[in-house]
Write a protein that binds this ligand. Sequence first.
Ligand code: 13P
Ligand code: ZN
Length: 269
Amino acid sequence: MSILDKYPALKAEIDKVAEVAGYLWQKGWAERNGGNITINVTEYADEAMRALPAISAPRPIGTTLPALKGCWFYCKGTQKRMRDLARDPMANGSIIRILDDCASYEIVADLPVAPTSELPSHLAVHNYLLTNNYPYKASLHTHPIELVAMTHARKFLEKDVATRLLWSMIPETKAFCPRGLGIVPYMLPSSVELADATIQAISDDYDVVMWEKHGVFAVEKDIMDAFDQVDVLNKAAQIYIAGKNMGFEPEGMTDGQMAELSAVFGLPK
Ligand code: 13P
Ligand code: ZN
């Protein structure tokens, strides 16, 4: 018996998470337990769901997040594999509610699977999104090979250098990631400092945030859209690398061609 049996709309969202988890594994972006997903599922929490007992003791988030009072999230479990989550999302993740102190949470369903170690970053970002009235419900952290490889070159860590290069590889990149890739310098995984830096990058107006030598963090309306953002950016990185592998420096679209794209499609940058 799963909580999803009673909540078909919630099940539909979690099914999308499972589908994306399978894509992450197929892409080679999810070695072992690599990557994590959280979804704000508060809209599905009716009175009956809110009355459910906790199945864990309260646990600290590590930071206080006032906008998350009474919010509910589906979270990938820490140390759980995306390829396993693809088959069984409720055995490899759990549904949590944030307690009234806004600094702790408890697990409600289905099993006491401890949430991802990157919970501080995910929840801090959801707190930021709610505070600023974004319609985004999904956050995705994953380890896309080519994008992570690029962060091992100092030049690509400079402001907007990687964004410009990726945009110039194929017009769709700028059209579908029109705010580009923000860069967060290397920080300890799962730290509150990394969470704060991620929020800073999102508020600096980027679609996707790159964690140097680690992975990316994307937010979107749902998990499919978050996946697409990373997929589009990583495709551009692959095109760049394919050109390099053929022995030349890819030319890239010109500044004029990219400006035309922004003008015709009404892009923000
Ligand atoms: P979790 O297994 O705790 O989600 O961690 C995976 C990861 O990618 C950490 O950055
Ligand atoms: Zn990671």
